[in-house]
Write a protein that binds this ligand. Structure first.
Ligand code: ADP
Length: 540
C-alpha cells in the first residue's frame, strides 16, 4: 500500500459467493484502504445491493445454489443502468471453450480460477478499478465543463441585459416626456430625469407607490381603480390625470402603460410614459364650453325672436282682414300688395327662427316624434299645394309623380323634410322644373325624391351639406343659415331612415329620402349609422 492509494477516493467492490470462507479469503487478498469490499452470500442478495449502489467491479462465484452466477450476470446485463459494470467470474475448474463463450455472452469480462492466485486477483481487480476511476473522472470533468458553460452563458445574458438596459435608459433620458417602469405588481421601479424635474419629488419618495402623492387628489381614486384593473388583466392602460408640478400648480398628463411579457406571455414589467396634454385638454374644454354657450344662445335667441314676431304676424293678418272688410277702395290695391309682402317676409322670418329652434331642440336631444298612420303621397301633395304660389313666383313647374304609400311616421316632421327639400330646389333652381315623387321600396321601405335642374353641388362639398351651418354657396348670392338639410337628416334619422343626394354642378340635384314604413320596428335592424357629434359640434 502506498500513500496515494490511501488518499484515493474509495470505490465499492462487490464479492459474491455462497461460502463465507471464500468471501473471507477474497477479502483478505483484496484488502486496501481505497477499496470498500462488500459481500453477498447469494445471487438475490447481490442483485439487491446492485440496485442500491454503484460498484466498480463485481467478483461473482459461478457455482451457487439457487441463482447461479450465469443467471445473476444476465439479470444484471438486462438493466441499462448496470450493464456496464464489469463482472469477473470466479470458478473452481478450468472449463470447456463453450462454457467460456456462454460466460462472455452473459457479460463476463474476465475469469479467476480457484485456488486463487492473490497477485492475479489483485492485478485484475486493479485494472477494472482503474477503468472505473477514469470513467468517473471523465464524468466529473464533463459535469464541470457543463457547469462552466452554463455559467458563461448566464454571464453573457446578464451582460446583454445590462447593455440593453443601459441603451434603454439612455433613450428614456433623451425623451422629453416622463418615462417610467414598474414591476408586474405595479410598484414603480424607475423614472427618467424628466419626472424629477417636473414634480420636484425625489427618487426615494417616487419609487414604489409613493409617486402617486403627486397626483391631484380628485384623480387618485379613479387612477387606482384603473391601474389595478390593468394589473389584473395585463392589458395596455391609458388615463389622463393632473400632476402637481414643482411650483405647486397642476397640469394635465396623459399616462400610457404597456405590459412587457416573457416568452410564456406572463407580464414581467410595465413600461409607461406621461405626456403633457394640458393645452390640448384646455382647448378641448374651451371648445366644448363655447359650443354649449352657442347652443344655449341659439335657443334663447330664437325664443326671444319668435315671441314679438308672432305678435307682429297676428297684427298684420288682422290688419289684412280688417282692410278687406272695410273695403278701403282707393288704398286697397297698394296696401294689400305691401301688406302681402310684409306677411311673406314675416313668414320667412318665422321659418328661419323655427329652424333655429329645431336645431337647438336637436342639440338638446329633444326631437320627439308623434307617430301616426298616413299616406306619404298625401303629405307630398299637401306640401306642393302650399308651395304653389311661391313656385309660380320663381317660375318653377312643380311635377308630382306619386303612388300611395302608407306608413307610420310623424306627419308634421315629414312635411318639414319635404318642405325643406322643395324650398332648396326653388332657391337653387329658379325657373327650372322640380319633380316630387313618392314610391314604395320593397316590402318595408318608402322613398321620397325631390329633383331639380338647378345649380347643383360641387362634389367635394356634397358630404358636408348635411352638417350644421354648412353651406356650399356664397352667402352674398344665396341667403340661408345652412340648417335646412341638417334638420332633414336629423328627422330622417330619427325615423331610422336615410337621406342621400346625387348632384352635378350646373345640371341639378336629386335628394332621395328612404324611410322604413314602421320606424319603431326598424329600430334594431336599422342600416343607418347613428349620427355622431364631433368636438366641432358638427354631426359626422
Ligand atoms: P341653406 O340652404 O340655408 O344654406 P341647407 O342646409 O338647406 O342650408 O343646405 C346646405 C347647402 O346645400 C346649401 O347652402 C347649398 O349650398 C346646398 N344645397 C342644398 N340643396 C340644394 C339644391 N337643391 N341644389 C343645390 N345646392 C343645394
Amino acid at each position: 500500500m502506498n500513500e496515494t492509494e490511501a488518499q484515493k477516493e474509495k470505490v465499492d467492490i462487490l464479492l459474491v459467493d455462497d461460502r463465507p470462507g471464500n468471501l473471507l479469503s477474497l477479502k483478505g487478498i483484496l484488502e486496501r484502504p481505497d477499496y470498500n469490499l462488500i459481500s453477498a452470500l447469494s445471487g438475490e442478495e447481490a442483485l439487491n445491493l446492485i440496485l442500491r449502489q454503484d460498484f466498480a467491479v463485481i467478483l461473482l462465484d459461478v457455482a451457487m445454489p439457487g441463482m447461479d452466477g450465469f443467471e445473476v450476470a444476465s439479470t444484471i446485463k438486462q438493466r441499462e443502468r448496470f450493464k456496464n459494470i464489469p463482472i469477473i467470474f470466479v470458478t473452481a475448474s478450468v472449463h470447456h471453450i463453450e462454457w467460456i463463450f456462454k460466460a462472455y455472452s452473459v457479460g463476463a469480462v474476465d475469469f479467476l480460477h480457484k485456488p486463487l492466485d492473490p497477485h492475479a486477483v489483485r492485478a485484475k481487480v486493479a485494472v477494472f478499478v482503474e477503468l472505473y476511476r477514469q470513467k468517473q473522472q471523465l464524468k466529473h470533468h464533463a459535469a464541470t465543463i457543463q457547469r462552466f458553460e452554463r455559467r458563461e452563458r448566464e454571464l453573457e445574458v446578464a451582460r446583454l441585459r445590462i447593455e440593453s438596459d443601459r441603451r434603454y435608459r439612455h433613450l428614456a433620458e433623451a425623451i422629453p416626456h416622463v418615462v417610467w417602469t414598474a414591476s408586474a405588481e405595479g410598484e414603480l421601479e424607475y423614472f427618467n430625469q424628466r419626472w424629477f424635474e417636473i414634480t420636484g419629488v425625489d427618487e426615494k419618495s417616487s419609487l414604489g407607490s409613493g409617486w402617486s402623492s403627486a397626483l391631484h387628489p380628485e384623480d387618485v381614486e379613479k387612477f387606482a381603480a384603473q391601474w389595478e384593473s390593468a394589473l389584473q388583466t395585463g392589458k395596455a392602460f391609458q388615463m389622463e390625470f393632473r400632476l402637481r408640478k414643482a411650483d405647486g400648480s397642476y397640469c394635465w398628463y396623459r399616462n400610457r402603460a404597456l405590459p412587457e411579457e416573457d416568452a410564456s406571455s406572463r407580464v414581467v414589467r410595465w413600461v409607461g410614459t406621461m405626456t403633457d396634454v394640458d393645452e390640448e385638454k384646455r382647448a378641448h374644454e374651451e371648445l366644448h364650453g363655447a359650443i354649449r354657450l352657442r347652443d344655449e344662445f341659439m335657443s334663447v335667441a330664437s325664443h326671444e325672436l319668435r315671441t314679438p314676431l308672432s305678435a307682429l304676424q297676428l297684427q298684420l293678418q288682422s290688419l289684412q282682414r280688417l282692410l278687406q272688410k272695410v273695403g278701403a277702395e282707393i288704398l286697397e290695391g297698394r296696401i294689400t300688395e305691401k301688406l302681402g309682402t310684409a306677411v311673406r317676409q314675416t313668414e320667412r322670418l318665422a321659418k328661419l327662427i323655427d329652424s333655429l329652434l329645431d336645431v337647438s331642440r336637436i342639440a338638446r336631444g329633444k326631437l320627439e316624434l308623434q307617430l301616426e298612420n298616413f299616406d306619404l303621397a298625401d303629405a307630398v301633395r299637401e306640401v306642393a299645394e302650399r308651395f304653389r304660389d311661391e313656385a309660380a313666383r320663381e317660375g318653377c313647374e312643380l311635377n308630382i309623380s306619386s303612388q300611395p304609400v302608407t306608413g307610420r311616421w310623424d306627419r308634421l316632421r315629414i312635411e318639414q323634410v319635404i318642405t325643406n327639400l322643395v324650398s332648396n330646389s326653388l332657391k337653387y333652381g329658379p325657373g327650372k322644373p322640380i319633380t316630387l315623387s313618392v314610391a314604395p321600396l320593397g316590402e318595408g321601405l318608402a322613398t321620397i325624391t325631390v329633383e331639380d335642374e338647378g345649380i347643383g353641388i360641387e362634389p367635394d362639398k356634397v358630404k358636408r351639406i348635411f352638417n350644421r351651418f354648412e353651406r356650399a354657396v356664397p352667402t352674398r348670392h344665396y341667403g340661408g343659415l345652412g340648417l335646412g338639410l341638417y334638420i332633414v337628416r336629423q328627422i330622417v334619422q330619427e325615423h331610422r331612415g336615410q337621406v342621400e343626394v346625387e348632384s352635378r354642378p350646373g345640371a341639378g340635384s336629386r335628394f332621395v329620402v328612404t324611410l322604413p314604413r314602421r320606424p319603431s320596428e326598424a329600430r334594431e335592424q336599422s342600416h343607418v349609422p347613428e349620427a355622431t357629434e364631433h368636438a366641432d359640434g358638427h354631426a359626422g
